[in-house]
Design a protein around this ligand. Structure first.
Ligand SMILES: [Zn+2]
Length: 704
């Protein structure tokens, strides 16, 4: 292995202080970073782990409006809440800072001035959207309109909420101001820009050549498409009164663009940490012996791999050696979404599990375990409550916890509660194999963690516990014990087995420590060893516990997750998402779609509505939105194409009762004749629901 770098600086994405963060965020940028840092610390490497709240940008005043308070109150509230949540889930930052801190403002202004003085920024006069009635320039988020891609009317000047495409306000169809609801005008304003195109050659060399092998393919791929799509100059200032003031006289009323100042927050956090601990922060940001690693979610790739590195290069700082960005974590079959209330906040898990009577640190580790096991490292993955229960009950409890518990119980029963001697003369192939497995596992886990493969690293730990169970099962010391009266010499076989099982337990405590720190500490307590034993270099040793040393009674490491807990959570999730209309929307939207012109009863009676049952469903090739359904109307079966594919998986709709417009003229789409239409209701968030009879009835029943 190459010599270790002199020092590490590990960052986790600065969470935005406009609300609580959910477990998708936790799985993406915080748990993996924490595992990595704990692994480095266990090797006594010089590492600083920084994070903090991102407290600028337009969404903060928007949230303040929504909650009827001031932006300052919003950031104070959510900064404190996020800090507590991370702490409760044992994310071990060396500092959790905030970008509203004066030190951050100073650091950001210095950064801007440095770049501007050297001519690295350019100014441009542009026309921007301006709301005349409120006399303010409109930030992207304050402009709403129709998405040019999916035609949804839930598109904002920065992004379409329906299809997720990043937008600029100019692309919106029929833009309106969300402040006044009126159409904005264009007004001239001057801004400072970072000309990214000037740095294309550097980015190509650095990402697409130098790091094309060691960065995740998803990260390199996204960078490549950005670079090849043409790098646009990016505004680093904004017309806004919330943020870091631009340190120039002529820029009155302007602040630094939040994406310019937020990543500088990593530097200010490091400065604050150094100040608090009496260290020097500069080597961490200027010395090339520093290994800088950014842990983020995939929505932040462009900022951490393209924009911030260009800023760092111009400012003379170190560049990240890796940016292990994670993909997204879905929840129970759907994308996590704060606006639709389809999410599990860290706070909710803490309240419902960690702070419950039977909760505590073990529940923190259960969550850390499951989120690592399903970490979206190479593709999106999914949190399900059933999956959580299975991971805890079938792996943590049945494999890892069970192994440790059996070892302790047997040691107390068959070896007087003491670490037995190992009789080398009686050693056999199984013992040798276990020793080899422990060694090999340590190497494998190290290699995984050095390459940011946390999922695989964790799998190796559990696999080693599985091997321990197998070893014990093959040796059967409880059977051997039955023949002791006739063959007292067989105690040596029992001793050998339990000796190895205990040394493996000690090894497991070391290897699981970066992932499940509380579990590891609990094991140390049972073994009566100090934290020093957990040094990574000790892993692989078969002499961790001294012979004759008496150990404590076993305690269960994990409790089981009951069916009822899972059912409660699923009910809670569905209930919250149904009630999401109770959350006021940030923008002044009409409460309902306008009514269509009046009709008479005869108009309505022309429509033949019938109930039906969906027999089968499949996706229509090359049509993202369409599902092809076979619907049983009782008297006949129909093929119906329905534009619901973005909302439902085919398997979800099979067996559903539906209401069909049965006398609609057939219509050919994608070469398929659609013989009718399914009625759907759309809620305020754009989510579709089937219109159904309240209880099952025969297909073909009339609806009027
Ligand atoms: Zn769209």
């Amino acid at each position: 292995m190459a010599t270790a770098p002199k020092r590490y600086l590990v960052t986790s994405a600065l969470p935005y202080a406009n609300g609580l963060k959910h477990i998708g965020h936790l799985a993406g940028a915080y748990i993996p970073a924490d595992i990595y840092v704990r692994y480095l610390r266990a090797q006594k490497r010089d590492v600083v782990f920084v994070c903090g709240s991102d407290e600028h940008g337009t969404a903060i005043p928007i949230q303040a409006m929504k909650e009827g308070t001031t932006p300052q109150a919003i950031i104070d509230k959510y900064h404190q809440a996020m800090k507590e949540d991370f702490n409760d889930l044992h994310i071990s930052f060396d500092i959790y800072h905030r970008t509203s801190d004066p030190l951050h403002h100073e650091t950001s202004r210095e950064f801007f001035t440095y770049l501007n003085d050297r001519g690295e920024l350019e100014t441009k006069e542009t026309e921007q959207f301006y709301d005349e009635s409120s006399q303010t320039f409109l930030a992207d988020r304050y402009i709403k309109g129709t998405c040019p891609h999916c035609k949804s009317d839930r598109a904002f000047g920065d992004q379409c909420e329906t299809c997720g495409t990043a937008l600029s306000p100019d692309e919106l169809i029929n833009p309106v101001s969300t402040i006044s609801g009126s159409a904005p005008i264009k007004k001239k304003t001057t801004h400072w820009y970072l000309p990214l195109a000037k740095h294309e050659a550097f980015l190509r060399d650095w990402i697409l050549e130098e790091h094309k092998q060691d960065w995740r393919p998803t990260v390199v791929g996204q960078c490549k498409s950005w670079i090849e799509g043409g790098l646009q100059s990016r505004a680093v200032t904004r017309d806004l009164d919330w943020g870091v003031k631009v340190p120039l006289q002529e820029a009155d009323g302007k602040v630094l663009y939040v994406w310019f100042d937020a990543p500088i927050g990593y530097i200010s956090a490091t400065r604050q940490w150094a100040k608090d601990t009496g260290n020097d922060w500069k080597p961490y940001w200027y010395d090339t012996d520093t290994q800088l690693v950014h842990f983020i979610g995939k929505d932040n790739i462009v900022f951490h791999c393209i924009i911030f590195p260009v800023m760092l290069k111009l400012h003379g700082n170190v560049l990240p050696v890796n940016v292990p960005a994670n993909e997204f974590l879905n929840l129970e079959g759907d994308k996590m979404s704060t606006s639709r209330n389809w999410k599990l906040d860290m706070r909710d898990f803490i309240t419902d599990f960690v702070k419950k009577e039977n909760g505590g640190d073990q529940c923190v580790d259960m969550l850390r375990y499951y989120l690592t096991q399903i970490a979206p490292e190479s593709k999106d993955s999914e949190f399900t409550w059933k999956g959580f229960q299975d991971a805890v009950n079938n792996e943590l409890v049945s494999i890892f916890g069970n192994y440790v518990n059996r070892t302790f119980v047997l040691m107390h029963k068959l070896c007087q509660g003491k670490v037995p001697k190992f009789h080398a003369a009686k050693s056999d192939a199984l013992d040798a194999q276990l020793e080899k497995d422990i060694q090999a596992t340590r190497e494998k886990i190290s290699a995984c963690l050095e390459q940011y493969s946390f999922r695989e690293g964790l799998f190796e730990v559990i696999d080693l516990a599985r091997k321990g169970n197998k070893y014990m099962q093959e040796k059967e010391p409880w059977i051997v014990a039955k023949s002791l009266t006739e063959h007292p010499e067989k105690q040596e076989l029992i001793d050998n087995c339990l000796h190895h099982c205990l040394q493996l337990t000690a090894n497991l405590a070391i290897l699981i420590q970066p992932f499940l720190p509380s579990t590891s500490r609990k094991m140390c307590h049972m073994m009566k060893v100090v934290d020093k034993m957990l040094d990574w270099e000790n892993a692989g040793s078969m002499k961790l516990l001294s012979v004759g040393y008496s150990l404590r009674e076993p305690q269960l490491l994990f409790r089981k997750i009951e069916d009822v807990e899972i059912a409660d959570q699923i009910t809670k999730l569905k209930h919250a998402s149904m009630n999401d209309a109770s959350t006021p929307q940030p923008t002044a939207e009409p409460a309902h779609a306008p009514l269509k012109p009046e009709i008479v009863i005869d108009d309505f009676s022309k429509i033949d509505l019938r109930t039906g049952i969906v027999l089968s469903a499949q996706k229509v090739p090359k049509a993202d939105k369409l599902l092809q359904l076979e619907v049983d109307l009782g008297f006949e079966k129909r093929t119906i194409l329905s534009g619901i594919a973005l909302h439902f998986q085919p398997e979800e709709v099979v067996g559903k009762q539906v209401v069909v417009v049965a006398n609609l003229a057939p219509r050919k789409m994608r070469g398929i004749d659609s013989q009718g239409m399914i009625l759907m209701a759309e809620d305020a968030s754009g989510k579709l629901h089937f219109v159904q009879p309240s209880s099952p009835i025969n297909g073909g029943s009339t609806v009027s």
